[in-house]
Ligand binder design. Structure first.
Ligand code: G16
Length: 543
């Protein structure tokens, strides 16, 4: 085996965002682009000599080519072994599980998550640590430093490895084990949940529809929901992963999973609907005629997790990202649980999970998960919901009604302004930041500001501090508005405005969310001047 050393130079923009490095696919396909970043990962983790890694991705365009490059670079770096999902497929939670199960030194996940795929769309690479979780900031900082000073990378010349065939092979001195991407994950799910109860529910005529959005969860959902649990054949739709996700946008929200929403709001709706994203870590839950927002879903799961065998002893604590609605906090307060507030990004939950402080966590961006892996997990959330429905005998709508009756309702919506001018969006936030100190006590369209600050997080486990994590304004009476720029977009800037208001009046609980938030939405505009700075009078997406 000959290791080739290739001279290279730093490439602008190789800076991981909220979750790994995401760029347009054609950028990733430029000469040296992928190689520079992979070499920088090796540098950031102290090299790969003698190490065992996991490798897989969501099957998007360029996944297969990138996998071959990464394998040749791992071999050149002296890695002992790489465990690869068959055809280079692994959902993000399944990759996290494999890293933990086989006690590897980490893994590489090739995905741009819910972003569309294809030659003109997005690609991404992220590194997960030996605990199975996304690399924390000190490690991504080292990646950036390495990428900015890189002068060469190392790769071996070799034929492509046949990743379609299960089994063990070698690449130079490095072992490669091609594994079934579903088997170990499916076994884990069976350990966590009451499959007998879910099976009985499905046998009793309960119907479901799971939309895999032409992405990676197709094989997982088919094996588990239809195979192991006996859902009717065809319950899993769009189940074959395709490199461009069928031309769609694999983001499970009411806009991009509109087909599913239409079915669930229609006359012959199944009892339960769900969808997952490109790499299988996000989820959307929808009952017959009843959409469940991600923050509400998190709160319901926290309140009812004890119905699943894995959580029957109760939860150690819970956590949510700061912009996520505080519906979870209400559950935590009533149940006497510690509730942590972290910055956006799953990586911030890692220490809390590893330290045994929390069992369950989630985010407004359609991610929920637990200590079973160190990623959010779409199918896990679906199975926990099914487990809870099976054990309580309730419909999704009934679950929501009962939840709000017990805890009150947090109306919540995220408004996204996509591909706006980054400099102007920053100016808008700078201006608001400058006014934060003066806001408490002032009246904004009939509501008095209670507090206003820029969120910073002090990690209680390792003492690290993360600053600049979003501007938040809370109002007397419980309303809240949060502003931040997305760290996952690939074009211009995406301004996210998170709007929340609370109600304990049962008469309001079934109100339309956007209507219930009308006044807060007006306040969000008044406070920040969104239209003035972005030129937009309405958001592109409302979740
Ligand atoms: C990623 C992160 C999440 C984060 C989401 C949105 O999700 O893993 O923790 O909430 O992005 O981040 P932002 O608001 O910065 O765009 P995914 O599913 O894209 O990996």
């Amino acid at each position: 085996m000959t290791v080739t050393t290739v001279k290279t130079a730093p490439i602008d923009g190789q800076v991981p965002g909220t979750s790994g490095l995401r760029k347009k696919t054609h950028i990733f396909m430029q000469p040296h682009y992928l190689e520079n970043f992979i070499q920088s990962i090796w540098t950031a983790i102290g090299g790969v000599r003698g190490k065992t890694l996991v490798l897989g991705g969501d099957g998007r365009y360029f996944n297969d080519r990138a996998a071959q490059v990464i394998l040749r670079m791992a071999a050149a770096g002296g890695a002992a072994k790489v465990i690869v999902g068959q055809s280079a497929l692994l959902s993000t939670p399944a990759a996290s599980h494999l890293i933990r199960l086989y006690k590897t030194d980490g893994g590489i996940i090739m995905s741009a998550s819910h972003n569309p795929g294809g030659p003109d769309e997005d690609f991404g690479v992220k590194f997960n640590m030996p605990n199975g979780g996304p690399a924390p900031e000190p490690v991504t900082d080292r990646m950036v430093a390495a990428a900015q000073s890189i002068s060469e990378y190392h790769i071996i010349e070799a034929q492509d490895v046949d990743l379609a065939r299960l089994g063990t092979t070698t690449l130079g001195a490095m072992q490669i084990e091609v594994v079934d991407p579903v088997a170990d994950y499916a076994e884990l799910m069976e350990k966590l949940f009451d499959f007998k109860a879910i099976k009985a529910l499905l046998d009793s005529g309960f119907t479901l529809r799971f939309d895999a959005m032409h992405a990676v969860t197709g094989p997982y959902a088919t094996a588990i929901l239809e195979g192991a649990l006996g859902a009717a054949p065809g319950s899993v739709v769009n189940a074959v992963p395709s490199p461009d996700f069928g031309g769609g946008h694999p983001d499970p929200n009411p806009i991009w999973a509109k087909d599913l929403m239409d079915v669930m709001m229609g006359p012959d709706a199944p009892d339960f609907g769900a969808a997952s994203d490109g790499d299988g870590d996000r989820n959307m839950i929808v009952g017959r005629g009843c959409y469940v927002g991600p923050s509400d879903s998190l709160a319901v799961l926290a309140a009812n997790a004890h119905f699943a065998p894995a959580y029957s002893a109760g939860l150690k604590g819970v956590a949510r990202s700061m912009p996520t609605s505080r519906a979870l906090d209400r559950v935590a307060a009533k149940r006497g649980l510690e509730c942590y507030e972290t910055p956006t990004g799953w990586k911030f939950f890692g220490n809390l999970l590893d330290d045994g402080r929390i069992t369950l966590c989630g985010e407004e961006s359609a991610g929920t998960g637990s200590d079973h892996v160190r990623e959010k997990d779409g199918l896990w959330a679906v199975l926990l919901w099914l487990n809870i429905l099976a054990r309580t005998g309730k419909s999704v709508a009934q679950m929501m009604t009962d939840h709000w009756a017990e805890f009150g309702r947090n109306f919540y919506s995220r408004h996204d302004y996509e591909a706006v001018d980054g400099a102007r969006a920053k100016e808008m936030l700078d201006r608001l930041r400058g006014r934060l100190a003066t806001l408490p006590g002032t009246d904004i369209l009939g509501a008095v500001v209670d507090s206003a600050d820029e969120f910073a997080y002090d990690d209680p486990v390792d003492g690290s501090r993360s600053t600049g994590q979003g501007l938040r304004v809370t109002f007397q009476g419980g309303g809240r508005i949060v502003y931040r720029l997305s760290g996952t977009g690939t074009v211009g800037a995406t301004l996210r405005v998170y709007i929340e208001d609370v109600s304990d009046d049962p008469a309001t609980f079934t109100k339309d969310t956007q209507l219930a938030l009308n006044d807060m939405i007006d306040r969000a505009e008044t406070l920040a001047g969104i239209a003035e700075f972005t030129g937009r009078t309405a958001p592109d997406v409302r979740t």
